[in-house]
Write a protein that binds this ligand. Structure first.
Ligand SMILES: C[S@@+](CC[C@H](N)C(=O)[O-])C[C@H]1O[C@@H](n2cnc3c(N)ncnc32)[C@H](O)[C@@H]1O
Length: 295
């Protein structure tokens, strides 16, 4: 069953991503797609358990929605896709035959201390940055500049210029991104085991779309993509299969305060809880976020 909720700029589908992509989204209609699917690593997403019978089954399923996403992407559009470190090589080899992979990005984060002790624990998740046409795509490098770590600190002067000027202290980020994972005490936290940071999503939307462009998120989770798209003046289409998370989207994206008689409120934060309880929660979350300690 597919349900649709919308306002002028934002559409939310409640249902299966593959079915909705296939039946509801027109070919070459979307400017930017951010795909953060289940990773096949055994996380519990409300009533959905993220583990397929075999890796081959997972890959076969993923290829179907990857094909659909390529179909709905505009000729000058951009697609970002994440998955586990284990599955990404399959995605990479599959996609390079169908689309242009411009960058292989590493999203790096630190752990809460709960890490593997018998091998090197996973502290990154891979992201592919792809476009349909390598000669025609959006990349707003000026909108995502970061402070350069070298040179800038010493305020070096470039004497080769006719009027000596300070070296530029900003640069376009490279392909290794550090963003802390979303934790309970952060303002943006929602009750979901795989919430991506707003800062990461903001970089992607700023770089690869302009105001008024459309952004599609087929596995919306906490609807962070749509919420940031809204903040930045883009339109959005989101798909999520779990009712628990749909409610987050209705609140964050469409501004609903109530759904089927239930008040929609953000996660209440008790800032007065003791240091001990905070530490315990962080450890539990560390376990949740680490899943089976692979990502
Ligand atoms: C990795 S999470 C996405 C997290 C999201 N990017 C965020 O920042 O909150 C994957 C989401 O896909 C949803 N999901 C799983 N199977 C689905 C399906 N067949 N169709 C649509 N959504 C699905 C899960 O409920 C989960 O919320």
């Amino acid at each position: 069953m597919v349900e649709q909720f919308k306002d002028r700029s934002h559409t939310i589908y409640h249902g299966d991503a593959l079915e909705i992509l296939t039946k509801e989204i027109n070919s070459e209609s979307v400017d930017l797609i951010f795909i953060d699917p289940p990773y096949n690593i055994g996380k519990q997403f409300s009533n959905f358990y993220d583990k397929w019978e075999s890796e081959q089954d997972y890959i076969k399923w993923a290829y179907q929605w990857l094909n659909e996403c390529i179909r709905v992407l505009k000729p000058n559009g951009t697609l970002y896709v994440m998955t586990s470190t284990q599955a990404m090589p399959y995605f990479d080899i599959y996609l390079r035959e169908k689309i242009v992979i411009l960058s292989r990005i590493i999203w790096h984060y630190d752990s809460s201390g709960v890490q593997a002790t018998k091998y090197y624990g996973s502290l990154y998740e891979p992201i592919l940055h792809c476009v349909k046409d390598k000669n025609n795509y959006i990349f707003n490098s000026d909108d995502i500049k970061v402070e350069a770590k070298t040179g800038a600190q010493r305020k070096l002067i470039d004497y080769r210029k006719s009027i000596p000027t300070q070296y530029n202290t900003e640069k376009v980020p490279g392909n290794v991104w550090y963003f802390p994972r979303v934790r309970y005490r952060m303002k943006e936290y929602e009750n979901h085991p795989s919430q991506k940071p707003e800062s990461l999503i903001e970089r992607i939307i700023l770089a690869s779309s302009n105001e008024g462009y459309s952004v599609l998120d087929p596995f919306a989770g906490t609807f962070t993509v749509a919420a940031i798209a809204k903040k930045l003046g883009r339109s959005s289409i989101s798909i999520e299969s779990q009712k628990e998370y749909l409610k987050i989207g209705l609140r964050r994206v469409l501004g609903w305060q109530e759904y089927q008689g239930e008040k929609l409120v953000s996660v209440p934060k008790n800032n007065t809880r003791s240091h001990k309880i905070s530490q315990k929660l962080d450890i539990i979350q560390g376990n949740l976020f680490n899943g089976d300690s692979t990502a």
